[in-house]
Design a protein around this ligand. Structure first.
Ligand SMILES: Cc1cc2nc3c(=O)[nH]c(=O)nc-3n(C[C@H](O)[C@H](O)[C@H](O)COP(=O)(O)OP(=O)(O)OC[C@H]3O[C@@H](n4cnc5c(N)ncnc54)[C@H](O)[C@@H]3O)c2cc1C
Length: 379
């Protein structure tokens, strides 16, 4: 995608968080700032001055933030100009390899309500964005079982040594690339390729205010920034004073088997973990032509220090996980027998240590900095 960069990004300009200033001024306001703050309270026409937001990360979380920001700007009659920065591209890290499986019932306590709202919101989004790949998805929890034949009432490709332990309840599927591109396209945001290296801020008696984002060797001024860098959101610990991002990354390796379009029913089978703790997930993807298998080794956990050493573009699949996955897949289905995958891939999920996603204001920055990460296995 060809990035377009607006002129305001090239010219540093005075920066002001209107909402924070309007509520609680912490600095002596210059005459122009007073006018803008008054406007933010509805005082005059300058209320239409746009809020400049930089979103760090163009995965599904960064792009959906951009989309909802645009809608928020419309309802509040305050335009929002959003720049999304990514070192890889739109939806090219975990989002790009995800199976797009959306099970309503797979949540784990802290995120119960959010998960359910997300499931219903996704249904609305699919209609709003006219997504072609969104559809209900039948699925089963299975286990390899040499005494069993092909289970009746499942997907035809589940024809190996397998028995069903449970049918998965309500679930849907979407192609994450279609979803993320549609969100980004409808957000009206601009894309800037590059690596975020840090922030610019002013501080006064322990009150901080973000004034810009450092992208490679450049500084982009903004009113508000959102950190949505998946597991690399841990870097925000080095940028924001006193801020902690207690997350771990879990590495998933994937093999994609090419199939002629329409030859494989969309469905999912999740197999019991093997002796090494690897989960096998076989999904006929929403595009109808690729069957992929995902192996998430429970022991392939990356700490914050590990994540500081590896860039998103350098994440590679683990060969032994791919091998284990291939053997397990061959037992479950004749689809994979004797066939090499068309391609392989890997991605890192971000998992908070308390297993609840981290979404909201970064403390101490007066509403100029936000974070959204830790969306775990079913984002
Ligand atoms: C193998 C696998 C299978 C999955 N399957 C499913 C599934 O079936 N269903 C489901 O709901 N979820 C699934 N997930 C989880 C889902 O992919 C994630 O929850 C979701 O994609 C997280 O999105 P994100 O935007 O937070 O992160 P990401 O997609 O990782 O995006 C973060 C972005 O930040 C960028 N970035 C990082 N550092 C910097 C920097 N310094 N400067 C600029 N940019 C930076 C990266 O390049 C990346 O594009 C799966 C994940 C994996 C790995």
């Amino acid at each position: 995608m060809e990035p377009s960069i607006s002129p305001w990004l090239r010219h540093p300009r005075p920066c002001l968080d209107l909402s924070a200033v309007a509520r609680k001024p912490q600095h002596r306001l210059l005459p122009r700032d007073r006018r803008v703050a008054r406007a933010a309270r509805g005082g005059d026409g300058a209320a239409h001055e746009p809020l400049h937001v930089v979103i760090c990360g163009a995965g599904v979380i960064g792009c959906s933030t951009a989309y909802y920001l645009r809608r928020l700007g419309e309802t509040r009659k305050r335009p929002v100009k959003t720049l999304v920065v990514d070192r890889k591209g739109v939806g090219e890290a975990a989002t790009g390899v995800a199976a797009g499986f959306l099970p309503r019932e797979f949540h784990n306590g802290p995120d119960d309500q959010l998960h359910d709202r997300g499931f219903l919101e996704m249904r609305k989004l699919a209609a709003e964005l006219e997504l072609k790949t969104y559809k209900p998805l039948p699925g089963w929890l299975v286990r390899p079982d040499s005494s069993a034949g092909a289970p009746a009432g499942t997907a035809p490709w589940l024809d190996g040594e397998v028995s069903i332990t449970q049918q998965i309840g309500e679930a849907a599927q979407v192609d994450p690339s279609e979803l993320t591109s549609a969100l980004f396209g409808a957000s009206g945001a601009e894309l800037r390729p590059g690596a975020v290296r840090g922030i610019e801020e002013v501080s006064d008696w322990g009150n901080h205010r973000l004034t810009g984002i450092r992208i490679d060797d450049d500084v982009v001024r903004c009113d508000v920034a959102v950190v949505a860098m998946g597991p690399w959101s841990v870097l925000a610990e080095d940028w924001f004073q006193g801020f902690r991002v207690p997350l771990l990354g879990t590495l998933g390796s994937m093999a994609f088997y090419d199939r002629p379009a329409g030859s494989v029913d969309s469905a999912i089978a999740i197999s019991q973990p093997d002796d090494e703790g690897r989960d096998l997930m076989v999904t006929a993807r929403a595009d109808g032509k690729i069957t992929c298998l995902g192996v998430q080794g429970g022991h392939k956990v990356l700490t914050g220090q590990d994540l500081r050493q590896i860039n998103p573009e350098d994440v590679l699949p683990v060969q032994e996980d791919l091998e284990a996955g291939r053997h397990a897949f061959e037992r479950l289905s004749s689809l994979a027998r004797g066939e090499a995958p068309g391609s392989i891939g890997a991605g890192v999920r971000s998992v908070m240590t308390n297993r609840a996603p981290m979404i909201g204001r970064i403390p101490g920055y007066g509403g100029t900095a936000y974070v959204a990460c830790g969306h775990n296995a079913y984002g």
